[in-house]
Design a protein around this ligand. Sequence first.
Ligand code: PRP
Length: 188
Amino acid sequence: MKEVAMNQTEINENVERVMLSGEQIGKRVKEVAAQLNKLYEGRRPLVVCILKGSVIFFTDLIRHMDMPLEIDFMAVSSYGNGTKSGQLKVTKDLTTDISGRDVLIVEDIIDSGNTLYNLKKLLNSRSPASVNIVTLLDKPERREVPMEPEYTCFVIEDEFVVGYGMDYAEEFRNLPYIGVLKRSVYEK
Ligand code: PRP
């Protein structure tokens, strides 16, 4: 019988290498949560999980946030360039009225920036007190529109990453680490 510890560190056969271990992620998530604790001290933020990729990051992050907070969920996808014909498709909207609220958007990855550019515009149109973004990963070299998250856990190179919530064709979200996917998986 395999030991539990082995299962946690065993590398999936489709993964080229582990970019960030569960331990590294956990340490950094705690650091960023400490920054958020200062920012939202004495306030009651609405923390928004952008489905599906950020779900694991979100659940880890909020457990290190120590002010009273509320949570909500949203599912979106973006088409085109945020500065021109950018369109956001909302497949699941918030159930909370965000007018006058401090909103914290939790995202797993910023790539072209189109999704968050359009999402921030949409949420700002609902008269919140503030909107901040915290992202687990940022790939700044892929940016097509100006989008600077207020909080970033890790800036990474342009590689195909999976795990810790992130998928390829809906697979690999449950890996407890962030791995670089083998090219043969997505080029076949
Ligand atoms: C990913 C990610 C962001 C978006 C970033 O979502 O969660 O929402 O892409 O890309 P962009 O900066 O180029 O707009 P995805 O569409 O993969 O959905 P998922 O979270 O459900 O996997």
